[in-house]
Write a protein that binds this ligand. Structure first.
Ligand code: CA
Ligand code: CA
Ligand code: CA
Ligand code: CA
Length: 296
């Protein structure tokens, strides 16, 4: 039907149209000028009405795959799949983002496993700052991130090590107990993290000393305070910059906060943005015992 007036109206998704009022051409086709989808992910609909005819609704999915929309609930299993329509990192690898809410501060473990590809797992805060990253944990190519975190909203990214990989994977998570940092394992912290841990003979050895090593992503120039206290050991804190070649360089250290205590407090300014290592150890060699720490 030529010459019919057709009106296009955005009916969901908050987008906009231009040329909303159109007239059908000789083939009976009316064309909207343009349709801009709404700013948030989800379904957008555009409805065309002409006279008394039934309205026609067009649907478009406005979900940007790079905006975290899916939810992973702590303690549950998420079966996911990397596909070519997923978000891609600049290295050409696909990634699924999951929002995770932690209602309490604590020690958390996230696992990504796959029987078909080499997994790569990342953890971000709600502002998309990286908090943790892991390629392989244990003997295989699966990934694990252990992190001591304040309560809040986070994003877990299920990724692959190699570019252009598709396939199924499983994401799991759990809340662990404090005091479990051992065997010189990799543990990540965020600003606001706190825990009670212990120096044990199974911790990282350093010239006769034992230490727990934590990794934290810090913004260059932002004053950072690490505090460590203990009723049984002489607390000692060191922070290292991590070099490209895998070595580390001592940035700052503190034994005693002041003359009245054996507790340590290290205040430092990271020179650049990136991951740093915080080591909690003792002033005397070979000491073991419980301690508490905070990072602000
Ligand atoms: Ca996917
Ligand atoms: Ca891996
Ligand atoms: Ca320990
Ligand atoms: Ca001390």
């Amino acid at each position: 039907m030529a010459g019919a007036r057709v009106t296009f109206t955005v009916t969901a998704g908050g987008g906009s149209v231009t040329g909303a009022s159109a007239t059908t051409n000789t083939e009976g086709i009316a064309t909207v000028g343009s349709w801009t989808l709404g700013p948030s992910s989800g379904t957008n609909t555009l409805t065309a009405t002409a006279g008394n005819l039934p309205a026609v609704t067009f649907t478009a999915n406005g979900a940007d795959p790079c905006i975290p929309a899916a939810v992973h609930t702590l303690g549950t299993t998420t079966n996911g799949e990397l596909t070519k329509s997923d978000c891609a990192y600049s290295d050409g690898s696909f990634v699924d983002f999951y929002r995770v809410t932690l209602t309490a501060a604590g020690t958390y473990v996230f696992n990504q496993t796959s029987t078909t590809f080499n997994t790569f797992l990342l953890l971000y805060d709600a502002s998309a700052n990286p908090l943790g990253v892991n390629d392989d944990f244990g003997a295989g190519s699966d990934s694990r991130i252990k992190a001591i975190l304040p309560a809040g909203n986070y994003v877990v990214a299920a990724n692959s090590l190699d570019a252009n990989i598709t396939g199924r994977y499983t994401l799991t998570s759990s809340a662990g107990a404090a005091g479990t940092v051992t065997n010189c394992e990799t543990v990540f912290l965020a600003r606001g993290s706190a825990s009670t841990e212990s120096l044990e003979t199974t911790d990282c050895p350093r010239n006769g000393f034992y230490e727990d090593r934590y990794f934290i992503y810090l913004t260059g120039g932002q004053l950072t305070t690490v505090s460590m206290s203990s009723a049984s050991i002489d607390s000692y804190i060191a922070v290292y910059t991590l070099n490209q070649d895998g070595t580390k360089t001592l940035l700052a250290q503190n034994d005693d906060k002041d003359g009245t205590t054996k507790d340590a407090q290290l205040v430092f300014t990271p020179p650049s943005t990136g991951f740093y290592q915080i080591a909690t150890t003792s002033g005397g060699a070979g000491a073991t015992g419980a301690y508490s720490f905070t990072v602000q």
